[in-house]
Write a protein of this length. Structure first.
Length: 231
């Protein structure tokens, strides 16, 4: 089992690859619509769940880009295999540009959205200053994420005005983390003895310990930011 497959295996039974779901998106977009047949770009689309949710609300012209896109694309949506950073997206060419728990930085999204268009950005943040032991287990540094106050101001200076910020609640996190770990355990059991599986299982168990025993439950947050570009 190659390391590039680990996250996919752990997220196998999760429609959305993070601590949020369709009800979270409904709160984010309450009272706000993408124009009919509007151009939507999701960079780091994963299994395409966000684009499917958007397409169910109304007709869109959607494109999702991911190194390993999975899932079924609904009418009006294309899932493209490729590097999100290298994808030749049209500058100021989209009604909605998305990057949720992906690697595309907010400044790039600001370049791609049309004047008056929308940006959906999903990002982690520190609910409290992370402890050294937690950071070591996570394999991260303090400066990789920001505080809540800093995170909700990420659009400042980019021509983006914050419309709504919806943070994942504790139930969202508990459901996500428990399902993620259970998926990993089940996958490891089904492929016991295969190359790389023991390392994968150790990674899953480390993640569970990090969340439950090393303060992750109280330390790491996640928020969906909906922003509008200046007209």
């Amino acid at each position: 089992m190659d390391r590039s497959e680990w996250s996919r295996a752990a997220h196998g039974r999760l429609e959305f690859m993070g601590p949020y779901d369709a009800s979270t998106l409904e709160r984010v977009f309450e009272g706000i619509d993408v124009p009919a047949e509007g151009r939507v770009l999701d960079l780091g689309c994963g299994n395409g769940a966000l684009l499917r949710w958007l397409a169910a609300r109304g007709t869109i012209d959607g494109t999702g880009v991911d190194l390993h896109p999975q899932g079924e694309a609904p009418a009006g949506v294309r899932l493209v295999e490729g590097d999100a950073e290298a994808f030749p997206a049209e500058r100021a060419g989209y009604d909605l540009v998305c990057s949720v728990a992906a690697v595309t930085p907010l400044p790039r999204l600001a370049e791609l959205v049309r004047p008056g268009g929308l940006v959906l950005f999903g990002e982690g943040y520190w609910k409290r200053p992370p402890a050294d032991r937690y950071l070591e287990a996570l394999g991260a540094s303090r400066d990789e994420l920001r505080s809540w106050d800093e995170t909700v101001r990420l659009g400042d200076g980019l021509g983006l005005t914050l419309i709504r910020a919806v943070a994942s609640g504790q139930e969202d996190w508990d459901r996500y983390e428990s399902t993620w770990a259970a998926n990993g355990e089940a996958h490891a059991a089904a492929h016991e003895g295969e190359p790389g599986v023991a390392e994968f299982l150790a990674w899953i168990r480390s993640g569970r310990s990090r969340y439950l025993e090393l303060g992750g439950r109280e330390t790491l947050g996640f928020v969906l930011l909906l922003l509008r570009a200046s007209a």
